[in-house]
Design a binder for this molecule. Structure first.
Ligand SMILES: NC(=O)c1ccc[n+]([C@@H]2O[C@H](COP(=O)([O-])OP(=O)(O)OC[C@H]3O[C@@H](n4cnc5c(N)ncnc54)[C@H](O)[C@@H]3O)[C@@H](O)[C@H]2O)c1
Length: 357
């Protein structure tokens, strides 16, 4: 098996998760690292045995390194477009974090470049890999729900809530993040709903709000204005005629990492949630029963996808396409829906996604 040499850009919270997952993939070596933080480089470099000569503070240098076969990019959002473009120009396969970019304009530039010079690429809309959501998709494809009429999606976290007095971080800065919980958690909700149902959002109407408008700077103690949303909701129509209601929050006290979807079809209702990703709830008319019944469907663990293994295959050229994984085109479409949510809020009106050019 050909060895795959991975270069990791950004060594913060999410990168640590990627690095641990790659440990399970045979034939993969973490060959190079990049972070603007010398401390992070030293720590992760030491843990993964990456020589000092391959610990970079410039992502351009890592991308140029001929001993890097594939790149995993896990940096804050304002660097997504520039790293994507540099990888595309260098012809380096890329596994990139969501949201695709900070702004819609950046996504258009990236897409245009990618269409001229396509490289193997996966965008990390990670929830779609989960065993429960994979099973939900399979059941819908089998026709278990019949026609889908409506759905409810929510992605709730609590870490921004008032009692936590969470300090100011890049996720609250529009110049870095673009949007707040919308691009962070909302991008996952949009991907999940479209992926599981197989239908795209066509039109929507939204409300964004900032529940906690100021936060303390952890270095200076100064009060910083929050310029992004920390709650977002919208209602949407899908191309198949169904409708959906979406909400996401960083201030939902009592939630952990609660991402869930309930899909209402002609034949029944299916519910899948990260709160219990080994079970789905299925309500339907069971033969011989006078009333609808709700049953638990056990989710086989082997339903989950393993993107790190698939990325290694993609880099080796053993897999032309990445079935089940979000492509750069999917990332672009996701960014277009995010833009529609922003414009709908700004104009207080419904926005058709296809009108966004
Ligand atoms: N798919 C998911 O489920 C998921 C979960 C969490 C985060 N994410 C995404 O991952 C990305 C990073 O999030 P995080 O939580 O790891 O953030 P983080 O703040 O914990 O880490 C970011 C790291 O990038 C480094 N960095 C910043 N600018 C850089 C640059 N120009 N070059 C190299 N390194 C740079 C920082 O020093 C830091 O170590 C975000 O885009 C976020 O949306 C995705």
């Amino acid at each position: 098996m050909k060895e795959v040499r991975i270069g990791m850009i950004g060594l913060g919270g999410m990168a640590r998760y990627h690095l641990n997952q790659f440990k399970e993939v045979p034939g993969v070596r973490i060959a190079a690292l990049c972070d603007v933080s010398a401390e992070a480089l030293a720590e992760v470099g030491g843990n993964f045995g990456v020589p000092e000569s391959r610990r970079y503070q410039s992502f351009e240098a890592l991308i140029r390194d001929p001993e890097v076969d594939g790149i995993v990019s896990v940096t804050p959002n304002q660097t997504h477009a520039i790293i994507l473009k540099a990888c595309i120009e260098a012809g380096k396969p890329l596994f990139a974090e969501k949201p695709l970019t900070r702004t819609y304009e950046e996504a258009v530039e990236v897409l245009e470049l990618y269409r001229r010079n396509p490289v193997p690429c996966m965008i990390n809309f990670s929830y779609r890999y989960g065993a429960g959501f994979q099973l939900a998709k399979s059941l819908i494809q089998e026709g278990r729900l019949g026609r889908i009429n409506h759905l409810f999606v929510q992605y709730l976290q609590s870490w921004g809530g008032v009692p936590y007095n969470t300090p100011y971080v890049w996720r609250f800065d529009d110049a870095v993040a673009g949007t707040g919980t919308l691009g962070d958690l909302g991008s996952h909700m949009i991907d999940l709903a479209e992926y599981v149902t197989g239908s795209d959002i066509s039109e929507l109407q939204s409300i964004l709000t900032t529940i906690v408008p100021e936060r303390p700077d952890p270095q200076t103690g100064k009060t910083m204005a929050v310029r992004v949303d920390d709650f977002a909701c919208f209602q949407a129509t899908f191309t198949d005629g169904s409708v959906g209601v979406f909400q996401t929050s960083r201030n939902a006290i009592g939630t952990g990492n609660q991402h869930e979807i309930t899909i209402y079809g002609d034949l029944g209702t299916l519910h899948a949630s990260t709160l219990n990703d080994r079970e789905l709830k299925w309500t339907y008319a069971k033969e011989g029963e006078p009333n609808f019944v709700t049953e638990t469907i056990e989710v086989p663990a082997d339903k989950a996808l393993h993107p790190w293994r698939s990325f290694a295959d993609l880099v080796r050229g053993e897999q032309q396409q990445n079935p089940g994984f979000a492509t750069l085109e999917d990332g672009y479409r996701n960014q277009r829906v995010l833009e529609a949510v922003v414009r709908s809020h700004q104009t207080r009106s419904a926005v058709s996604v296809h009108t966004i050019k």
